[in-house]
Design a protein around this ligand. Sequence first.
Ligand code: SF4
Length: 254
Amino acid sequence: MIKIAIYGKGGIGKSTISCNISAALARAGKRVMQIGCDPKADSTSLLHGGERMPTVLELTREKGVGKITLDDIVREGAFGVKCVEAGGPVPGLGCAGRGIINALETLEKLGAYEKYQPDIVIYDVLGDVVCGGFSMPMRKGYADKVFVVTSGEKMSVYAAANICMAVNNFKGRGYADLGGIILNKRGVDKEDEAAAQLAEDFKTSVIASIDRNTNIPFAEKHGMTVFEACYDTITRCQLEDTAKAVLACFGGAL
Ligand code: SF4
């Protein structure tokens, strides 16, 4: 089982890219599980016709600790991808990072990985704050590699650098390695150069690049992955290449 965490600044497209990577891998015959670790809880919505699914935290609050089952928290989305949303705390109360940890522990306790036997688990994690809570998927053996989604915009590169720094800070402790940078272009000046510099600073590489396009917004508007909404497009090819590049980091191939 390969476990990857996809981090990025909020709004940079990491959930969209995660859903499309999941779709690409599932279409290629892999068993895929995607776990949303963003309090917004919309990581998997493109795999569910744009619908938001109930989160582990909401269901735990509703039914009580120890009363929820895998059938409550795991939903099958497009292409058979198994979807989970960790969820977030009541606004103003609690710790979002703690919620992620609880959700991941609940999945383990309920035997999700044994039951579904995924080939690949994708954690989609908010990377604006890389505190102890949000860095949890890169620690404790949850993820093998971290991929960072960024555009060439200043704030996105800043957040991406913080994520890379967090991965580096844990180096040598048996935690996740940096898998590489995924450039989701926004059409700003010298975007390739900004991503290449970031990669060089952290001794990694830009493993994939997705051009600014109208296909992703179109697919999102219809609550679908690009593979369903606009298959015959360069964007679909680039997203498929992104999934291939992720697998290649593990020596695999689609
Ligand atoms: S900053 Fe991180 S650790 Fe602190 S309360 Fe927020 S999510 Fe929790």
